[in-house]
Design a protein around this ligand. Sequence first.
Ligand code: WTA
Length: 647
Amino acid sequence: MSNTYPPTEAQAKRAHADAETYAKMYSHSITDPEGFWAEEGKRLDWIKPYTKVKNSSFTPGNIDIKWFEDGTLNVSANCVDRHVETRGDQTAIIWEPDDPKDDAKHITYRELQGHVCRMANILQSLGVSKGDRVVLYLPMIPEAAYAMLACTRIGAVHSIVFAGFSPDALGARINGCDAKLVITADYAPRGGRETPLKSNADAALLHCKENVKCLVVKRTGGQTTWTDRDYDYNELVLEADDYQKPEEMNAEDPLFILYTSGSTGQPKGVVHTTGGYLVYASMTHQYTFDYHDGDVFWCTADVGWVTGHSYIVYGPLANGATTIMFEGVPTFPDAGRFWEVCAKHKVTQFYTAPTAIRALMGAGDDHVKKHDLSDLRLLGSVGEPINPEAWTWYYNVVGGGNCPIVDTFWQTETGGHMLTPLPGATTLKPGAAQTPFFGVKPVVLDPQSGEEIHGNDVEGVLCIADSWPGQMRTVWGDHERFEKTYFGDYKGYYFSGDGCKRDADGDYWVTGRVDDVINVSGHRMGTAEVESALVAHAKVAESAVVGYPHDIKGQGIYAYVTLMNGEEPSDELRKELETWVRTEIGPIAKPDLIQWAPGLPKTRSGKIMRRILRKIAEDDFGALGDTSTLADPSVVDDLIANRMNRS
Ligand code: WTA
């Protein structure tokens, strides 16, 4: 066993929950979820208080999840208005631009209210009303938060598409949720480069209904073309009213849709609802990060991912926090940028992904040591398992040995943290997400039998035995897919898609996806998506995509490609395919390695044996297992001989 790190007395004293309180509260949350969440629900302001707390069923054929179902509330009133009364002049959002030479912006809660109301008025004037969908395709600028909150103010459902996605991916999502409006910006500066968001949106909208409107925010002032469907935010905002009454929403009304990759087919629209999600985002933000008034909280994610939803916008703002929104990347203008920003804004809690930590670790300690990080009190990690080496560097070099690290395991589907150490309560183990958050009942199942594996020192697949308030409610427009994906394999349980170990002390270690989802730099990518992009290319006959270990990204994308008869492999074609996938999906989906495969290993019934392809991609072909069921075992020899990843 490697080193463990017990909380110091000071950390325990300061924390919202020390070890004893955690144990007591956790047990209450499991034995009496109704009572526990009835109390916790009070952290929000309700228009009509709830009388029912939990109403959920994981029964096959009847998966139905409701929390606080007869209560009504408004999310923007909870994230903005109620703080204006008590802390109107406190900074709500610190915006740090891509280029450090440009000025940061500090937006108070009072100012935020004005921005949100004006945006809400603009949305209404463009015909958006309660229940309508609005797609956001924006840089990390304050207007992204205004737009999210403005949607919640009038009861519209937002669906954010990460600005790194291609026009095709954007178009599919606009159509997928039948959006009435797209909000975008002229350009998105990132790492000193600019993505032409508006022209991407134009390209996407060519494939959408004609009546979809487009609201354009000016970020750089760069040149764009203007069409009949476009509206100029910067012009409309001058006329928009400063106040807009918050719409009364039911706790179970949809709050947002977020498309995410799964093991099969195209991305699915994960639906989160209003009351339970916000209670859960707020509570996890407060406890996991040990947030106190006066802290400055920085989550480096993008609002295009769930981490940005829950821990840049909704959780922190529900708690009246000061939250940082960062437009840039960790390595621009140099690998010291994160630490420079931490020092500049006196960040107290810092939350990032292992892939960034590994990249910055590689850049050397000097970048960190140049900056005064003495305000830091807590560090967080999310998105993939963190290797102990990166953990230890993060702990010692960034945290100066004084800051607990919370390794938070969760998913787009879970709304907030599921497994995480609690600062001040948990003795930390590098590499483990360790303990369940309040209300979360993790179980380890045998992947074959689906039976629960009891006791410690065991391994299997990670499932959750009962509902928690932040849980997704359905897949947009396809409840059957929701049931099948998450409740189909293991009856009566929510299946995470991850494998896990429970160690001798009962701590959980998430070991990674057991399905065909790969985790590239903390971003989820379905292998099926990349495959369907590749086979859409005229020269490609067939393709199989798997993940392989990558030093910085965690996993890289390894594509086996079989060309059409008569096509010749070449480096040029390899580049062409890389560019093709970038334009079909986005830069994050670009294969790291492409191997020309004259044939793919298939069973006699034609099923591709991915297990073998994974092994070859991992450069671990000594242990291929049984290949006797293959239709043509000789293809394996060719694939091994020409493998791309050699150590
Ligand atoms: C992985 C991101 C290990 C996991 C919030 C999960 C992790 C997927 C951790 C969800 C962690 C996330 N340790 N694995 N701390 N956090 N994962 O939906 O495989 O983008 O299923 O949500 O990331 O990715 P998603």
